[in-house]
Every structure is written in C-alpha cells, then in structure tokens.
Design a protein around this ligand. Structure first.
Ligand code: GUN
Ligand code: FE
Length: 423
C-alpha cells in the first residue's frame, strides 16, 4: 500500500467539494482504499508514504471528445461554421493519415500534449485508416494512459480519400477489436460512425451490429449545428429527430454511448438521451469557434442526463481541460443571462464534469472515493499561490490561470506516468 499526502480535493457529487487539507489517500493495486484527514487509520501499518507537502492532489481529467488527427489544425481555420469547415480544413488534413509516418509524428505529439495537460483518459476519434488508428492505440498503450480510440467510419459526403465501403469498415474494425480485446486494458476500441451525414444507412446498420456483437461503446456527433440538423432531417426523413436516427441503428445507448455537442438537443431527443443513458460530451470551445450555439447545460443536469467535457480539437482550439471548465462556466453564464430562473454552472459542477462525471465512462475513474482507480495530478501552484489562499481558492486559481507548468506528477490507474516520448 502507498499513502499519498497533500492538499486533497475531489468531488463526490456535483454540488460540493471534498477537501482534506494536508490529508492522506491510500492506494493499493491501483485503486483508492481510503481518504483521511491524517495518518491515524494506518498507524503501525506497513505502508510507503509519499508526501507531496503543500501541493494540491486532485483527480486527473477526462477529455470526452477529441479528434487526434486534427491536432495539426489546432487554432487554425476559425472562420467557418461546421459543414464548410469540415470540407475546407478537416477532411484534407485527415486524408493525410493514410501515411503512417505522418500519423506517427503527429499522434506522438498529440498524446504527449494530452499528458502535459493532465488528461489521463480520453475518448478519441482517429481517421478511417486502420494502420494509423492502430498506431494511435499503441502510442496510448505505450504511454500508460487510458483511451477509447475509434477508427472513424464514413462512406458518403466526403472526399474519395476518406471514403470506405461498409465491408472495408467492418473488416478494419474487426481487426482492431481482435487486437485490443482485453476488457481490462487501458486502451480499447470504440465504434465511431462520424455523424449521420457521413454514413449511409448500411454503414450505420453495420456500426450498430458491431457494437452489439462485441458489446463495444459508441461515439459520434449529435445536434451540433442548425444546418447539420436540417441536413439530417432530409437524409433520415423517417426519424423523429437526429438522435432517433442513431437509435434506429442501435447507436444510441444500446451500448455505452457518447454523443458530442447536443447544443440544440431538446424535447423528444433529450428525453431519449436521458432514457437511453447516452453521455453528452459538452465541447464549449468548439461551440464558440464554429459558432454552433450554447448548450442548455442546467436543463441537462436537472434532468440527470450524464455529461462530460470535451476539447473537440480542432473545432476547439484548446487541449486544456482546466480551460474547458472555465469555458463551460462562462458559456453557461451567457446562456442564462436572460433567464435568471436557471443557475449558471458552479465551479464544483464544472470540476465534477471534468473528473467524476466524464470519468465514469471509463469505469470507477475521476474521484478519490474508495474503489476508484487512482488517476491523479500533483499540482505545485507556488507561482500562482502568492497569498494566503485556501486550498479551494488555490484550485480555482489553478483552473482559471494554471497550465501544464504546475502539474508535476501524473498518475493513471495507480502508476506514475512519465512524459511520453515524441519519437
Ligand atoms: N461533425 C462531424 N465531424 C466533425 C468533426 O470533426 N468536428 C466537429 N466539431 N463536428 C463534427
Ligand atoms: Fe468532434
């Protein structure tokens, strides 16, 4: 057993923080055994103590929606809305991932930078390319970080270089599923139809069947942009709404499912999300940059809809989940500015979204309650902590002002994770 000491902060529930000033967290076999304000529970026991002194000790964060092959486009091409943005910037970049040496160069940097910012678990889109998707999975595995990685499936409304037949897509997925089949592994496949406009009905059907057959999770995009939604209603006239279109193909909570954005989700679609236990990946920076809209986050939370936060690189420009919490709070403040009956997001809610709520997609991840996997960050905020701030105010300053420079140790499943090499 190891006992880590520091200023421990985490959220059991969204409305409040648990704070243990100079507290202890005991870890065995990668999981938290207990948290306590002092060493009393372990008096006389044989345990290795690692004392982080006055540093903050918090759960690591989960990025619930990110496109690994869009990393080169980060902070480029912010002048278009979703559909022309995909055509002009995104598809040409993703087509380059047919070349595995290009993919390796970019993917190594991408994973290293996730590490830098303390995102120890991610749900990532790759591209249609089997070899570079496998490469990304192996880079995560080598790093010791947790990831669901999706080989993207698409067979319409895309350049020829990014189009596959249904048979090719199924074969590619089956190959990865066979190679990454350990259910306890940190890196696992996830079925990833890009979105309805990119997938014909036979492709969507095949994706649903793959998820069912192998009991694998699903990730896609939903109700991000008004032009996209109008297009989907033309493409899927039989469906009651965009979410229902996925539902008809077994891609909407039949196995654990993440739907990114859901900016315009309401009414029956929202009811279906709730009923099917679909997880919403809220991507506030992307929604700003692509001018997509403002999510009604309070309605989602009040209904008990599951929500996590995503960077959505490169619709989003920022990989930092710290900043994602800030953006989520800020957009909720703007959204509810005209409706004072609804509360904007609190700091503890934003932190809970980035840690425990998002982390739940990966298992018992994102908290320091007993039984949780020890995914943690040690934060040396001496450069930000220049007054007599309380631990909670220190955390708030770190979320608003901090970056990778303050994160001095990162743990995933109990293991300290060294900086991944980039070549
Ligand atoms: N919808 C379909 N593909 C994408 C993508 O790559 N990024 C975003 N933000 N939305 C999408
Ligand atoms: Fe996306």
């Amino acid at each position: 057993m190891k006992i880590y000491r520091g200023n421990i902060i985490f959220t059991k529930q969204k409305d409040s923080f648990e704070v243990f000033e100079h507290g202890c967290v005991a870890v065995e076999n990668g999981r938290v055994v207990a948290v306590a304000p002092n060493m009393d529970p372990w008096k006389g026991q044989d345990a290795e103590v690692v004392d982080f002194g006055d540093h903050l000790l918090i759960p690591a964060m989960s990025d619930m929606h990110v496109h690994a092959p869009q990393y080169r486009n980060q902070a480029i091409g912010m002048d278009l809305e979703l559909l022309p943005w995909l055509e002009n910037y995104t598809f040409p970049e993703e087509a380059k991932y047919a070349d595995t040496s290009y993919a390796e160069r970019m993917y190594r940097r991408f994973v290293r930078d996730l590490w830098r910012f303390g995102s120890m678990r991610v749900a990532a889109f790759a591209t249609i390319h089997l070899d570079s998707t496998r490469l990304l999975m192996n880079i995560f595995r080598e790093a010791g970080m947790g990831a669901f990685v999706g080989k993207v499936d698409m067979d319409r409304n895309c350049p020829d270089t990014l189009c596959e037949t249904v048979e090719e897509a199924v074969r590619g997925n089956e190959a990865l599923i066979a190679e990454f089949k350990d259910p306890n592994a940190l890196v696992k496949p996830i079925i990833t139809p890009r979105f309805i406009p990119s997938c014909t009905p036979p492709m969507l059907k095949a994706c649903g069947e793959l998820a069912q057959k192998h009991q694998l999770p699903v990730q896609s995009h939903l109700s991000e942009n008004t032009s996209e939604i109008a297009w989907v209603s033309e493409l899927e006239p039989e469906s009651r709404n965009y979410g229902d279109a996925y539902n008809r193909y077994g891609l909407f909570g039949q196995t654990p499912t993440i739907m990114a954005h859901c900016v315009w989700t309401q009414g029956e679609e929202l009811e279906l999300i709730k009923r099917n236990g679909v997880v919403v990946a809220h991507c506030p920076t992307s929604n700003f940059n692509l001018s997509s809209g403002m999510i009604p986050i309070r309605t989602f939370l009040d209904m008990g809809v599951k929500v996590g936060l995503g960077s959505d690189i490169s619709g989003g420009h920022d990989l930092s989940m710290l900043r994602m919490m800030v953006y989520a709070i800020q957009v909720s403040k703007m959204h509810y500015q005209r409706d004072k009956t609804k509360r904007f997001l609190s700091l503890s809610e934003a932190f809970w979204l980035a840690t425990k709520s998002g982390g739940s997609f990966f298992g018992k991840v994102g908290s320091f309650e007993p039984g949780y996997e020890f995914d943690a960050l040690v934060v040396d905020d001496a450069d930000l902590n220049h007054s007599d701030y309380s631990p909670l105010h220190r955390l708030e300053r770190f979320i608003y002002l901090g970056d990778d420079r303050q994160i001095i140790h990162r743990f995933c499943r109990g293991q300290e994770i060294p900086e991944p090499r980039i070549q």
